[in-house]
Write a protein that binds this ligand. Structure first.
Ligand code: BGC
Length: 370
C-alpha cells in the first residue's frame, strides 16, 4: 500500500481550528482578533461569515451553526430597524447611513458605543451565502435561520444600490464592486434556500439583475473587475466574489482577467496586497487575500497555483502558530506604518479571519487533490 505523502499543514490546520473554537464566544460570536485594541470585544458579519465558512469546510459544523445562530439573533433583535429601512427605502426620506444595520456588534449582539464606519452591506450578503453553502455542504436544515434569511434579503433587496463603507471600512462615498458581489451572492443564496416567499424572490431577482448590470457597465474596465464603480483601480477583495462566492463565474473571462490584473498589480513574491493606495500599517500583504487568490485558482483547476498560495499563507504563521492580519517585508506605503502602530499597536495577531481562510483554502486543495 502506498501512503499519501504528508501534506505538512496538519499542525497549522489543527491549531487554526483550536484557536477559532477556543475564542468563539458562548453567544456564537467570533471575535475578529482577541487583543488588537481597535477590534477587541467585537464580531463582524464579514469576518464571521468567512470564519464560519472556513470552519464549516473544515468539518466544524457546530461552530459554524452557532455563528449563524448569533447572526439570526441579531436580525431578530433588530427586526423593527430592518422593517423601517425597507419601508422608507423607496420614498423621499431613506434611513441615513448611520442608522443602517451595523457591520459589527458586541458579542452579546448589541451595538457598541464607539464611532465606526458601520454601514457596510457586504457582510449581510456574505452571512446568508455562508449559511446556505453550509446547509448544502452538510445537508443541514436552514429552518432555524429562515426568518433571519428573509429579513436579510428584504434589507439587501431594498438597499443594495446605496453607497457604503467597503470591506476595508473606507470610502463610504463609493459603490464598491466586492460589496455588490457579496450582496448579489447573498440574494442568490436566499433564493436558492427556498425559504423566501414568491414576492420576495421577485424582489431579490430584480436586485440581482440590477447588480449585474451595474457591474457590467460601470464595475469592469479593460475586461476586469475594479475596486469601485467608474474607476480603473483594482482591489484584491474582488477575488472573493469569484471564489468562494461564485457571483462572478470563476471559469469565465472576467474572472480570468481580474485574476491577471490583481496579480500583476498587487501580488509580491506570492503574497497579496489589498490595493495600491493602501496606507494601513504601511500597506503590507494579507494572508487571507492570498487564500482568496488560491481559491480562485483552485476553482479554475490550477492546483499548483492554489498550493503556492496556501504555502505562502502558511509561511506567515509566527512560531506560536498565529496568523496575522498582514505582514511586512514589502510595504506599499511604508511612511504610514508607524502612524498605525502608534495609533492601535502592532498588527492584529492572531486574526481569526486569516486562520479561517487558511482552513478554507486547505479544504479546497485537499478536495482538488482527491
Ligand atoms: C478590516 C476589515 C475587518 C476588520 C476586522 C479591518 O481592519 O479592514 O475588513 O472586517 O478589520 O477584522
Amino acid at each position: 500500500m502506498t501512503l499519501a505523502p504528508p501534506r505538512g499543514y496538519d499542525t497549522l490546520t489543527a491549531a487554526s481550528i483550536d484557536l477559532i473554537s477556543s475564542l468563539q464566544e458562548p453567544s456564537g460570536a467570533y471575535p475578529a482578533s482577541p487583543d488588537f485594541s481597535a477590534y477587541t470585544g467585537y464580531s463582524w458579519f464579514r469576518d464571521g461569515a468567512f470564519i464560519a465558512d472556513g470552519m464549516s469546510a473544515a468539518g466544524q459544523r457546530e461552530s459554524a451553526e452557532r455563528f449563524f445562530d448569533w447572526c439570526a439573533g441579531i436580525l431578530h433583535r433588530y427586526r423593527s430597524t430592518v422593517d423601517e429601512i425597507v419601508e422608507r427605502a423607496d420614498g423621499d426620506d431613506p434611513v441615513d447611513g448611520e442608522h443602517m444595520m451595523p457591520a459589527r456588534f458586541l458579542f452579546d449582539g448589541t451595538v457598541g458605543e464607539e464611532e465606526w464606519g458601520n454601514f457596510q452591506l457586504d457582510g449581510y450578503g456574505t452571512w446568508v451565502w455562508a449559511a446556505v453553502a453550509h446547509g448544502a455542504r452538510h445537508n443541514a436544515s436552514l429552518d432555524r435561520w429562515a426568518d433571519a434569511i428573509v429579513a436579510t434579503c428584504e434589507y439587501l433587496a431594498s438597499s443594495w444600490h446605496r453607497e457604503c463603507w467597503d470591506w476595508w471600512e473606507e470610502h463610504p462615498e463609493r459603490i464598491h464592486v466586492s460589496t455588490l458581489g457579496c450582496v448579489g451572492a447573498g440574494l442568490q443564496a436566499g433564493i436558492d434556500s427556498g425559504v423566501l416567499g414568491d414576492a420576495l424572490v421577485t424582489r431579490c431577482e430584480a436586485a440581482i439583475i440590477g447588480i449585474r448590470k451595474l457591474i457590467e457597465h460601470r464595475g469592469i474596465r479593460n475586461g476586469h473587475l475594479v475596486k469601485w464603480l467608474d474607476d480603473d483601480a483594482v482591489d484584491a477583495s474582488t477575488l472573493a466574489i469569484i471564489a468562494p462566492l461564485g457571483f462572478i463565474d470563476p471559469a469565465g473571462e472576467v474572472a480570468a482577467r481580474t485574476i491577471v490584473a490583481v496579480r500583476s498589480q498587487l501580488e509580491v513574491d506570492g503574497g497579496m496586497h489589498r490595493f495600491l493606495a493602501d496606507e494601513f500599517f504601511g500597506g503590507g500583504r494579507w494572508p487571507l487575500l492570498t487564500c482568496f487568490l488560491g481559491l480562485c485558482l483552485a476553482r479554475r483547476g490550477d492546483l499548483d497555483g492554489a498550493r503556492a498560495a496556501l504555502a505562502w499563507a502558511s509561511s506567515t504563521a509566527l512560531a506560536s502558530g498565529d496568523l496575522p492580519e498582514q505582514v511586512g517585508g514589502h510595504l506599499l506605503n511604508p511612511e504610514f506604518e508607524q502612524f498605525w502602530i502608534d495609533k492601535w499597536g502592532p498588527v492584529a495577531t492572531p486574526l481569526l479571519w486569516s486562520h479561517a481562510m487558511f482552513l478554507r483554502l486547505d479544504a479546497a486543495v485537499v478536495e482538488l487533490e482527491a
